[in-house]
Unconditional design. Structure first.
Length: 285
């Protein structure tokens, strides 16, 4: 089910014991503030428990639904693509020019975590929502500069909270060269190349990181690390003075047997035999 909205801005504020819609998506953007109540917000593949004071962001690519456990008072702020572009004159010099509200709304990481605002941000958000709801009775709210700046301030709170939580919201993507450089520098430290650890280093979601890497490099992260590790081990095996035990220790394998199992599983041959073949082949050449 996809809900359609033609108005640039619509504000809905109401209470429910059971959410009135099935799982659905929109043609518009939606800020959802929980004024009271609790339950679970199903957003794409995430189940995010919600409570009073929580804020969620939803863009046209998303699907969501609320499982209400305690009667919940929602405030929905819904706007189309042209709402902010229609107010460009009001914020041309603002920092949002490089990170627009629409860009923030589409950020995947912000759909997988809860934005836990501390004070005074939580109180400011609550007061801002109350201001928006109170002003909603005015005519033509979509063209109101006052309403616009109230909504824009919510994105300022989101940016500040994301920064405090060390979350990247500049697309949540590390530079390709920076990422590859990190992998190469830490190829001898397997623990640092676990997806959860490398994602934490770059302050992005582990789930999103895997998709990002595959899209950018046409190979999964795990396979890239595996192939790069094997390529270096092959070079080590070509040096007779380096023992298999030394190679195992260098690459973080538990012992020589562990190295043997890893190498044979990926190359189809034991490292000792591979070394003999390479050295013999080089000598014959």
């Amino acid at each position: 089910m996809k809900k359609i909205q033609f108005e640039p801005l619509v504000i809905h504020d109401y209470e429910e014991k059971t959410f009135h819609l099935p799982v659905h998506s929109h043609t518009y953007y939606e800020l959802v503030y929980i004024r009271d109540g609790n339950g679970v917000h199903l957003l794409n593949s995430s189940r995010l428990p919600y409570q009073t004071g929580d804020l969620f962001i939803i863009s046209p690519e998303d699907e969501h639904y609320f499982e209400i456990e305690k009667k919940t008072h929602f405030t929905f702020i819904k706007f189309t693509d042209d709402y902010f572009s229609g107010h460009m004159m009001y914020y041309q010099a603002d920092a949002f020019i490089s990170l627009t509200p629409e860009t923030i709304m589409r950020n995947k990481l912000l759909k997988e975590v809860k934005l836990k605002m501390d004070e005074p941000c939580a109180s400011i958000l609550k007061n801002t929502i109350e201001n928006i709801v109170a002003y909603n009775g005015k005519d033509n709210i979509a063209r109101s500069p006052l309403m616009f700046y109230q909504i824009l301030s919510i994105f300022g709170l989101i940016k500040e909270t994301a920064a405090k939580l060390n979350l990247r919201i500049d697309h949540g993507e590390p530079d390709k060269e920076e990422l590859i450089s990190y992998i190469h520098q830490h190829i001898y430290e397997p623990r640092l190349l676990h997806i959860k650890n490398i994602a934490a280093h770059f302050s992005i979601s582990p789930n999103y990181f895997s998709d990002y890497f595959k899209n950018k490099f046409d190979i999964s992260f795990r396979n890239y690390v595996k192939d790069y590790r094997i390529s270096i081990i092959e070079k080590r095996l070509f040096v007779p003075s380096i023992t298999l035990s030394q190679i195992a220790d260098e690459f973080g394998f538990t012992d020589e047997s562990h190295l043997n199992k890893f190498f044979k599983a990926n190359k189809g041959i034991a490292p000792k035999m591979y070394r003999k073949m390479r050295i013999a082949g080089n000598g014959a050449g």
